[in-house]
Design a protein around this ligand. Structure first.
Ligand code: HAM
Length: 443
């Protein structure tokens, strides 16, 4: 029996699973602060939701997982979230009462790509969509949000920015591109031949070096923007500068999906040596997607998605490998030093957990003081509660602050009421003595 995993999929286990959870938790807090609510949409949709008339993107044309279900409907596994979220907004008429609509989401997506480092066939995205009557401020707010997410994990990313002209100017531009590329087609890759026929704009995105050389001489998109578009682009840049967003312009940024017009961006990372490590996320403004799918034409959208696999691996490198960051670190270790103390440890740790949701670790068997301390040290627990013969006789527990080395006795009957303050005081004392960085602890 072959039960090997398929190519391009992966299990999420151990530390990576823990870090994954931490990244999502932190991002949720940021999304909430920006006024986004959670939305969940199906993994399967009618294929026609993604494969719309005239679509020229590889994501939709070549990489979709599609199948006929038992009712002979053509179904797709979602290759991305945006279309599904707009579909949900329209199916549920969410635009009738609430506007603007601001949603965040995360979950698996599927693209039949050639698997390689950081590229999977089943991967996860996390992102937002902001649907409203168009405003440049919405777009800038979204770019700012995309920019600060990696910063929250110590990852210094940059925004690659471009502006795609609306339909009419775009057609003029594509015409100019076709005229230019026609002379060079014989030296270009087979994919670019196809792009030339379907949508010459996509040639700008070709990764083949010889094609990139030819692209360098192509007409520039910025020369084809209308007066208003040029003004919008300039104003957006001004706002981004005011917000301290580190961005740079790239005339050849066209994005891999077809629905964009206006501001488009990717979140990129450079190595220490300044070499580009590629995109960890991308997004932009889409003007017609809502109306194309049957929603009001007054509504447009802007959003971005990060690839979670790529984001988490960077967070692990930049933030979670910091010596102050201790995965799975319990706040308190409970140690019974004799058999009679086991029952008290059980009671205290259960009750504290119920009341405060502290993360704790406990032994339900007698353990020597030395082993208990060695364990607490190994898991980087800041506090240990010890109960031995003496403590039982006096109806107290010994509470030891392992960061400062100080210890005190707490009456067992008071324990549940005072423990919260004892911990807070203990952490503050340790911070004053430079033994702990509370900001990092909270993360
Ligand atoms: P996208 O650029 O196609 O945009 O994908 C966003 C991110 O998903 C990429 O930057 C990358 O990190 C990740 N990603 C894509 N394909 C793979 C793969 N095969 N393996 C691992 N990670 C991958 C979108 O999907 C748009 N829906 C973003 C958007 C939202 N635009 C407006 N709103």
């Amino acid at each position: 029996m072959n039960i090997n995993p398929l190519k391009g999929v992966h299990d999420l286990i151990n530390d990576e699973a823990f870090d994954w959870d931490s990244v999502i938790d932190m991002m949720k807090k940021v999304f909430n602060a920006f006024g986004y609510s959670y939305i969940q949409v199906p993994t399967i949709e009618m294929a026609s939701l993604y494969a719309r008339e005239g679509d020229s993107s590889d994501v939709v044309r070549k990489e979709m997982y599609q199948f006929h279900d038992k009712g002979n409907r053509l179904i797709s596994l979602r290759p991305e979230f945006t279309a599904g979220i707009i579909r949900a907004i329209i199916s549920n008429k969410l635009y009738v009462n609430d506007k603007p609509l601001k949603y965040f989401y995360y979950g698996p997506c599927f693209r039949y790509e050639r698997p390689q480092a950081g590229r999977y066939r089943e991967f996860n995205q996390i992102g937002v969509e902001f649907i409203d009557e168009p405003s440049l401020y919405n777009d800038v707010e979204v770019i700012r949000l995309a920019y600060i997410l990696p910063l929250a994990f110590g990852i210094k990313a940059r925004i690659k920015l471009n502006y795609l002209p609306a339909k009419e100017s775009r057609e003029n531009y594509i015409q100019a591109l076709k005229e230019y590329f026609q002379e060079h087609l014989d030296k270009m890759c087979p994919d670019c031949h196809e792009r030339y026929e379907r949508n010459a704009l996509r040639i700008l995105d070709c990764k083949v070096l010889s094609c990139q050389e030819i692209v360098k001489g192509a007409p520039k998109i910025s020369d084809y923007l209308s007066k208003e578009e040029r003004e919008d682009f300039r104003f957006a840049q001004e706002l981004l500068k005011e917000l301290n967003v580190n961005f740079y312009l790239d005339d050849n940024l066209v994005r891999g999906l077809d629905y964009y017009s206006g501001l488009v961006f990717e979140i990129t990372l450079d190595s220490e040596e300044g070499e580009s490590l590629g995109s960890i996320g991308g997004g932009g403004h889409y003007d017609k997607l809502v109306s194309e799918l049957g929603g009001p034409s007054s509504l447009e959208g802007v959003g971005f998605s990060y690839g979670l696999e790529r984001f988490v691996s960077l967070a692990r490198l930049y933030s979670f490998s910091h010596p102050d960051y201790h995965r799975n670190r319990p706040l308190i270790v409970y140690a019974p030093l004799c058999l009679d103390a086991v029952r008290d440890v059980f009671d205290l740790s259960m009750k504290t957990r119920n009341k405060y949701l502290f993360r704790s670790a406990q032994f339900y068997r007698p353990i020597s003081l030395k082993s208990a301390l060695r364990f607490a040290n190994k898991v980087h627990a800041p506090f240990i509660v010890l109960i031995g013969e003496d403590e039982l006789n006096e109806n107290v527990v010994t509470f030891k602050n392992l960061l400062t080395g100080r210890q005190e006795q707490i009456n067992k009957d008071d324990y549940l009421n005072v423990i919260n303050n004892v911990i807070a005081d203990g952490l503050m004392e340790a911070e004053k003595e430079g033994k702990v960085n509370l900001r990092k602890e909270v993360r």
